[in-house]
Write a protein that binds this ligand. Structure first.
Ligand SMILES: [Fe+2]
Length: 250
């Protein structure tokens, strides 16, 4: 058995000094790691801001969709949270909701602004927007889940959607969440071809689509959420809600 040798006082001092140096270097590394993390978040925020700028540019092209992206983003985040998805996933789904139609940047304005029904060629152009949107955000690796969500936000649970005709759980959950928020916001906004529906009428419509075109669990959670928030958010899209005081006198 090797005999234990007590370190001489000088060697102990050297060891203590080496430990202090090592510890200082470790603390410095932690500070660098923190700086890198903060810079990475700043870069992410800047990229989101730039993409948001693009989304706003898109809305400037089409007055009927003004505010749509922000509302769909906020509703998608709340719905993802209500479904119990992890916070980072709910955040990603909220961002994807905000940017879901960004691919319409690549759709001709004449098609976007057309008042009447679209013909077959125009529909073919319109149906490209989820793919174009996914391509726009594809270079940002940290937003890979967002690219997938954007790509599939027009898929339908019964398989009749686009671009790939996915059905049921094959559609990523983020895309199923954004689809519910998107349909609700479209229904409660004025469009060139129809006036906005009331919140109740829109929720009834979602209920009828639950388990057909829309995810049943997402619809149930959305309806519960909307009813809970209803008194605080009387907004029903681009058309202002008539306050009781403005109602015609009897
Ligand atoms: Fe869309």
């Amino acid at each position: 058995m090797a005999a234990r040798v007590a370190a001489a006082p000088g060697a102990r001092d050297d060891l203590a000094a080496a430990y202090r140096r090592l510890n200082a270097a470790y603390q410095q590394t932690l500070r660098y790691a923190e700086d890198v993390r903060r810079l990475y978040q700043q870069v992410q925020r800047s990229i989101y801001q730039s993409l948001l700028g693009l989304a706003n540019a898109l809305e400037a092209k089409d007055p009927y969709t003004r505010g749509h992206s922000e509302r769909v983003g906020a509703a998608s985040r709340s719905l993802a949270q209500a479904l119990g998805l992890p916070p980072h996933e709910a955040e990603m789904i909220g961002q994807a909701g905000l940017l879901h139609d960004i691919g319409k940047i690549g759709v001709p304005e004449a098609v976007l602004r057309k008042q009447g029904a679209l013909d077959e060629d125009e529909w073919a152009l319109m149906r490209k927007h989820p793919l174009i949107g996914a391509q726009i955000v594809a270079p940002f690796e940290f937003f890979a889940g967002g690219a997938v969500t954007i790509r599939y936000h027009h898929e339908r649970c019964d398989g009749t959607g686009y671009p790939d005709g996915l059905a049921g759980d094959a559609i990523p959950i983020g895309a199923r969440v954004v689809a519910v928020a998107d349909v609700f916001d479209a229904l409660t906004s004025d469009r060139p071809y129809r006036a906005a529906l009331s919140q109740e009428a829109a929720l009834d419509h979602l209920g009828r689509q639950a388990g057909r075109t829309l995810d049943a669990r997402a619809v149930a959670a959305f309806v519960a959420l909307a009813r809970e928030l209803s008194p605080a958010t009387p907004h029903v899209g681009a058309r202002p809600v008539l306050a009781a005081a403005n109602a015609p006198a009897r």
